[in-house]
Design a binder for this molecule. Structure first.
Ligand SMILES: Cc1cc2nc3c(=O)[nH]c(=O)nc-3n(C[C@H](O)[C@H](O)[C@H](O)COP(=O)(O)OP(=O)(O)OC[C@H]3O[C@@H](n4cnc5c(N)ncnc54)[C@H](O)[C@@H]3O)c2cc1C
Length: 614
């Protein structure tokens, strides 16, 4: 994997050009490499050997405390020591000012070694980055700084038992905490009451405190909650209250663990139902304030403006979605490598010659059977293609942060359409890779003696959280490809066409270039046809097949672009990259015809089917 990572970063994305930007001027290709080396080593030594243990010894709640294996504590301590929580942040806040693309590449090692242990870190740096973007100077100093330093870990609390995909139905309430609520130095102070479901890393003792970022609604003057997402605000709710000096006050906030969820996979990350403000840990008085007269309530400090909570949270969710996509890719990668190693060593069957098999011949390793090669090539095309996708998006984040106006505008426009793909495509296809990895192992893959079943279970989450697959499709077809007159799709088409143009002149790449041109044309036509009646119900009934087709076109484009880079250089990886590209064009890209077919004719069966006909 390291070789492919280096090839994608240097031969394909040419990350050295980032060194010309003032923000990265103190770096060099050597510092980039040393970050990758360090992370690869920590992941190999502190994460990978304990991935199974984190699964088997899932978090346990004894009624008072949540217990995690000692190895998780050690892994997280090593991660914190590496400084990776603040890798992309400014030097002034203890960061390394690394490009996002290098940060993501470095984090890939942890996702591959133990995605569940890595979950705590991803949430913490996402939480702190959000506060850097939307918090007050005091909130940055008191909360973000200690999160980046790993003294505290963070969460994101959006979901509620009755509000998952439909966040507009969030029912957690936040009311001002007393007369001086607006003057608390930590931010306007509120009391929160409500239940948050599915909260990852919501309880543990890995750090001395947990900083929850919570979506809640501030009632209007009539005491009612504003319907829709407009009424949602964002609050910092620490598990233990802190002063402006960052020291714990010694008082517990009214956030209680109602219970742990027992999951299919991803078991190393605790998953919790949290009760806010139910009086389990009544807060006597908030700093500088009196009792609010409303009884129990968890103290929370408003972030940004009231009603802007979802907008602020999306800041974190876009980063989180690239992170989720990368996690899905790396689980796929782990399964690919495991099944490749197995296939190289498992003797079974004899070669098929022109006159059939010779029963007297010795057995061959299964990697020599065409059907096993098919399964390995599929995995290779999914996981290496997925890695290219995530690195490309991370590179766009760097353009957004450090490019000139034109580059920033282009990066923003492209990220709008690519983020749903970055999250959803690997969630589906690198999960399929994990299924194929099990298949390559035969019966052994179906046992817990081999790691591949855990990779599949861990990866199954990714189509569900951070916006389900269905919701990503609705976002893409319902919003992203139509916004600003379709600017995102147009710019993407321009980029894809540039690759097609270049590939058209290279021997061996003209045929896939033509296939991609035809696919792009079909995608554009289907997008128009879906919206031809202007009726969202008709257009969006097939949003998921649209998402699948869109993703496959994007991946075909990236594979062709990667193949161009392989053709340019003399890397020993070249034949493998070209074969994976060829596989993707031969076996995968043609699938878009079926998906776009239902989109373009606005196939009605899913829309018109009646619940009582099932
Ligand atoms: C392990 C795990 C970790 C999680 N971590 C966190 C976390 O840290 N913080 C947090 O806030 N949340 C977290 N979540 C919650 C996660 O984001 C939600 O599970 C997800 O948003 C879906 O919500 P739901 O489970 O209520 O399902 P529902 O919203 O009820 O969806 C059920 C099904 O219906 C479909 N559906 C729903 N609405 C529509 C619609 N309008 N159109 C078409 N189809 C629709 C969905 O696509 C899905 O297939 C986590 C979940 C899990 C399982």
């Amino acid at each position: 994997m390291r070789e492919t990572l280096d090839f994608l970063l240097h031969d394909w994305l040419d990350v050295a050009t980032l060194l010309q930007r003032p923000r990265f001027a103190e770096h060099s290709t050597e510092t980039f490499a040393s970050v990758l080396d360090t992370c690869e080593r920590i992941a190999r030594e502190k994460f990978a050997p304990f991935n199974r243990q984190a699964d088997v010894q899932e978090p346990h709640f004894d009624g008072e405390r949540v217990h995690l294996p000692e190895s998780t504590h050690a892994a997280m301590a090593a991660y914190v020591d590496s400084g990776m929580l603040a890798a992309a942040q400014d030097y002034e806040v203890g960061g390394m000012q690394l490009p996002c693309v290098i940060e993501m590449a470095a984090n890939a090692f942890f996702s591959k070694a133990s995605v569940a242990m890595g979950g705590y870190a991803m949430l913490t740096s996402g939480n702190a980055s959000l506060l850097m973007a939307h918090g007050t100077p005091v909130q940055k100093d008191v909360f973000a700084k200690h999160l980046f330093a790993g003294r505290w870990f963070g969460t994101m609390c959006l979901s509620e038992p009755q509000a998952g995909s439909s966040l507009s139905d969030v029912a957690t309430r936040a009311v001002p905490d007393g007369a001086d609520a607006q003057h608390d130095p930590l931010g306007p102070r509120y009391r929160l009451k409500g239940n948050k479901m599915w909260i990852s890393a919501g309880e543990h003792e890995l750090t001395e405190n947990i900083v929850h970022l919570v979506l809640a609604k501030i009632p209007g003057p009539d005491g009612r909650l504003v319907p829709g997402t407009r009424g949602i605000s964002l609050f910092i709710v620490p598990k233990k209250l802190v002063g402006t000096d960052g020291a714990l006050t010694g008082e517990r906030n009214d956030v209680a663990l109602a219970g742990l969820n027992h999951k299919l996979g991803y078991r190393g990350t605790t998953n919790t139902l949290l009760n806010f403000g139910e009086g389990r840990f009544p807060v006597r008085a908030a700093q500088g304030g009196g009792l609010d007269g409303r009884g129990a309530g968890a103290i929370g400090y408003l972030v940004g403006e009231p009603g802007q909570g979802l907008r602020c949270m999306f800041h974190m969710m876009n980063e989180a979605r690239i992170g989720v996509g990368l996690g899905a890719v790396m689980l796929g990668y782990a399964g690919y490598e495991a099944s490749l190693a197995y296939a190289m060593n498992r003797p079974q069957g004899r070669p098929m010659g022109p006159r059939g098999k010779d029963a007297a011949a010795p057995q061959i390793p299964i990697v020599q059977h065409a059907d096993v090669k098919r399964m390995l090539l599929a995995q290779k095309s999914y996981v290496e293609g997925g890695l290219a996708l995530e690195l490309y998006c991370a590179r766009l984040v760097d353009e957004l942060a450090t490019g000139d106006d034109t580059q920033r505008h282009a990066a923003h426009t492209l990220l709008e359409v690519l983020t749903p793909i970055a999250k959803s495509w690997p969630s589906e296809w690198c999960l399929e890779a994990n299924s194929l990895a099990i298949q390559v192992h035969g019966g052994y893959g179906y046992t817990r003696d081999f790691p591949v079943e855990q990779y599949w279970r861990d990866n199954r989450l990714n189509m569900i959280h951070e916006g389900t697959h269905g919701i990503q499709g609705l976002d893409l077809l319902g919003r992203k490809v139509v916004m600003d007159g379709g600017a995102g799709l147009k710019l993407l088409a321009t980029r894809i066409s540039a690759t097609i143009e270049r590939a058209g002149h290279v021997t061996g790449l003209a045929e896939p270039a033509n296939a991609l041109a035809a696919a792009l044309q079909r995608l554009g036509a289907a997008t128009k046809a879906a919206w031809a009646t202007g009726n969202p119900e008709e257009a969006l009934a097939n949003a998921t097949p649209y998402l699948q087709a869109f993703g496959h076109v994007v991946l075909a484009w990236l594979w062709l672009d990667v193949a161009l880079a392989a053709e340019r250089g003399s890397s020993s990886l070249k034949p493998g990259k070209l074969a994976a590209m060829q596989y993707f064009f031969a076996y995968e890209l043609p699938k878009i015809d079926a998906w776009l077919g239902v989109v373009a004719r606005r196939e009605a069966v899913c829309r018109t089917m009646q619940p009582d006909w099932f």
